[in-house]
Design a protein around this ligand. Structure first.
Ligand code: NOJ
Length: 519
């Protein structure tokens, strides 16, 4: 489909901010908008020019804000709508962009729509969620909320059991089950219209687009995604008309579907068939130096081909749902992991704190529905002052306990150390910025990605520019057959690769980028 595409996305490098844990300026132990504003220069200096902000709306925080109770209102703990607008303005002043997190699939049980929809009398919100007609009938395969409403029925849930599923209809409603409404029934249409109103509200205020939560989950009984694709095409038409430069990034994990739906980019997910975890988060991840990359590459190529080699699959360093990168990958290998992340197609996403190698905090009690994810959501470590400069609150009032190890990394110490991870990332970003082939739209062709072997090698290319990337996170020197000349090195870490007799040999713990002459 023809989609307007904001040009800034072509070289966007995102920084994900989990607002609770970023920077607290009012001493309540939780981060806030003002705290983000004060750190925009830090993000900018790292080289990131775009932000994905996790949900920051009114919520009972049973799922860290992914359970919204008012889509139109910033959660007071972060600030007011005016403060959020100020954040948009400050971001733009620095030539940066910001995506809000749109959660269209479900609300909190505390949302007024849900309270109304639980009532026995018919009202405007009766069809806002997916309800069966009887408490004794459960919506198959979806989990449900039942026994708390006057209304006779069970309400489907979308994620946790306190997140009722908004009603966008069924792709093929079962005629025996009258409660399954078609996508064009008035209830589903009203839900979609309201979601557009929400988008319009924030886009008018100045946000640059959305990361969309569980974007593939909206239309029910839609195995091939055709209904959901249609729904997003409808949203894209609205955006093309009213906000042609709004950027849309989906949490879907199937770029062939999401791009058809008009999204500009999709994420590689840590669940499902992507093999993303093979890289950084399995028993023997590739980047630990003892793993396999081949299945990841096969899947990547499959998605890439299906999405017409558009190269719009974003690979995150991590996010608020998975283990910290540094839980399994250590030392120089983190630098090599970033050489990979920052030389792949699509926009890279750096999860706050990953740029300084922040650790997963072990053995925490769940906070706000985090469960095992809580250890990746601990407050940012800025410097060596109280609470690592995150907050002036008493330690026990911090949102989540911080990493208490004596050698925990901090931004201050990483900035000062010229050999730090932070400084290596800055350097790689500046190389990416100087070479279009390394940016979002450059094509990729894998040269070497053999089962249980190192290195990983690929070519990125755009127009006349061709760049060879070699990545070796293993402990030994390795070679692969390749006759390219390595004379024009634009980046290297860990020594020098050499090319001789049709072979390239590179040292242990190495990454290198080379300009290649087109034949
Ligand atoms: C995906 C979000 O990233 C995650 O944090 C959340 O719990 C679920 N969607 C439900 O919204």
């Amino acid at each position: 489909m023809s989609t307007n595409r904001p040009e800034w996305l072509d070289n966007a490098i995102f920084y994900e901010i989990y607002p609770q844990s970023f920077n607290d300026t009012n001493g309540d132990g939780i981060g806030d908008f003002q705290g983000i504003i004060e750190k925009l220069d830090y993000i900018n200096e790292l080289g990131c020019n775009a932000i994905w902000l996790n949900p920051c709306f009114e919520s009972p925080f049973g799922d860290a804000g992914y359970d919204i109770s008012d889509y139109y209102k910033a959660a007071l703990r972060y600030g007011t709508n005016a403060d959020l607008k100020r954040l948009f303005d400050e971001v733009h002043k620095r030539g940066m962009h910001i995506l809000l997190d749109l959660v269209p699939g479900h609300t909190s049980v505390e949302h007024k729509w849900f309270k109304e929809s639980m009532k026995a009398e018919r009202n405007e919100y009766t069809d806002r969620y997916v309800w069966t007609n009887s408490i004794w009938e459960e919506p198959q395969g979806m989990g449900c909320i039942r026994g708390i409403s006057d209304r006779d029925g069970s309400c489907a849930v979308n994620f946790f059991s306190h997140q009722p599923a908004l009603n966008y209809g069924f792709f093929k409603p079962d005629p025996e089950r009258k409660w399954q409404q078609p996508m064009d029934a008035p209830g589903p249409k009203a839900t979609l219209d309201e979601m557009k109103n929400i988008m319009r509200f924030w886009l008018q205020m100045g946000c640059d687009g959305f990361r969309v939560d569980m974007a593939g989950s909206l239309v029910k009984h839609d195995e091939d995604g055709n209904g959901t694709i249609k729904l997003w095409q409808n949203v894209r038409e609205f955006l093309d008309k009213e906000f042609p430069s709004a950027a849309m990034v989906s949490e879907w994990g199937e770029p062939d579907k999401s791009l058809q739906g008009g999204f500009h980019m999709d994420f590689l997910l840590h669940f499902g068939p992507s093999h993303y975890n093979d890289l950084f988060r399995c028993e023997s991840p590739y980047f630990s130096g003892k793993g396999d990359v081949s299945e990841f590459v096969l899947k990547y190529i499959e998605s890439y081909e299906k999405s017409e080699r558009k190269g719009l699959i974003c690979i995150p360093s991590g996010n608020h749902d998975m283990d910290r990168l540094a839980r399994h990958i250590k030392g120089d290998r983190l630098k090599i992991a970033f050489a990979f992340l920052l030389s792949m197609p699509g926009a890279p996403f750096i999860y706050y704190g990953d740029e300084i190698g922040m650790n997963y905090v072990e053995n925490l009690t769940s906070v706000e529905g985090g469960y095992g994810r809580t250890g990746s959501r601990s407050p940012m470590q800025w410097d060596d002052s109280k609470n690592a400069g995150f907050s002036s609150a008493p330690k026990e009032n911090l949102y989540i306990r911080q990493d208490e190890s004596p050698n925990r990394p901090t931004a201050k110490e990483q900035i000062a150390d010229k050999n730090s991870l932070y400084n290596e990332i800055r350097k790689i970003i500046s190389v990416r910025n100087a070479h279009k082939a390394l940016q979002s739209l450059g094509e990729i062709e894998f040269l070497y990605a053999e089962k249980n072997k190192y290195p990983l090698a690929y070519i990125r290319s755009l127009d006349d520019e061709k760049i060879l990337v070699i990545i070796n996170p293993c402990d030994s020197q390795v070679s692969f057959e390749c006759s390219f000349n390595l004379a024009d090195e634009i980046y290297s870490f860990g020594g020098k690769a050499v090319s001789a007799s049709g072979k390239i040999t590179c040292p242990a713990l190495f990454a290198g980028f080379y300009k290649i002459k087109s034949e």
